[in-house]
Write a protein that binds this ligand. Sequence first.
Ligand code: VGL
Length: 199
Amino acid sequence: MAEKPALVIVDVQNDFCPGGALGVAEGDQVVPLLSDAAARFAARGYPVYASRDWHPPASRHFQEQGGTWPVHCLRGTPGAAFHPQLTLPPNTLVFSKGTSAADDGYSAFEGQTAEGESLGERLRRDAVEHLYIGGLATDYCVRASALDALRHGLKVTLLTDAMRGVNLEPGDAERAVEELRAAGAEVATTADVRLPGEG
Ligand code: VGL
């Protein structure tokens, strides 16, 4: 039996796209790729999960409180909304993270659904074995999510055409991918993906 796959779409939110409060160069270019990938997973009955940064107005994550980042992805604001062209299948589960004032919330595994279920719990319940990961940003939330997935014993494939990095230092995104490969992740483009049951 092939390993049961699922897709995690990390933080494809307006504030991480060009023009947003923490806009990632070309961040919007992942949108059609991940929308198509999500439709393919859903068509085969495989789970699609989406994480989002969902910060309170005051957070140690922000420069104002001594953190690294400009204020972004305040819960409930347009900047925290998913990119308007991101098409998520109807039963996509959304995991909100970074929800406390003391919490960076880089990893999707720190996120919870509205019912309080964590991504790790949900992956076990859905019997997922192989996680495909794309989104924003390669060097922060994608990186942290992929490392946690590997720690959970999952097979991990990074969708390299469907992720972009912040690159606070030039090359950060590339180094993150190398680090993840060294930790056991595989890499593929969205066009390379063959799901169990696809020809
Ligand atoms: C992220 C920087 C700050 C991300 C979140 O989603 O990768 N990056 N907060």
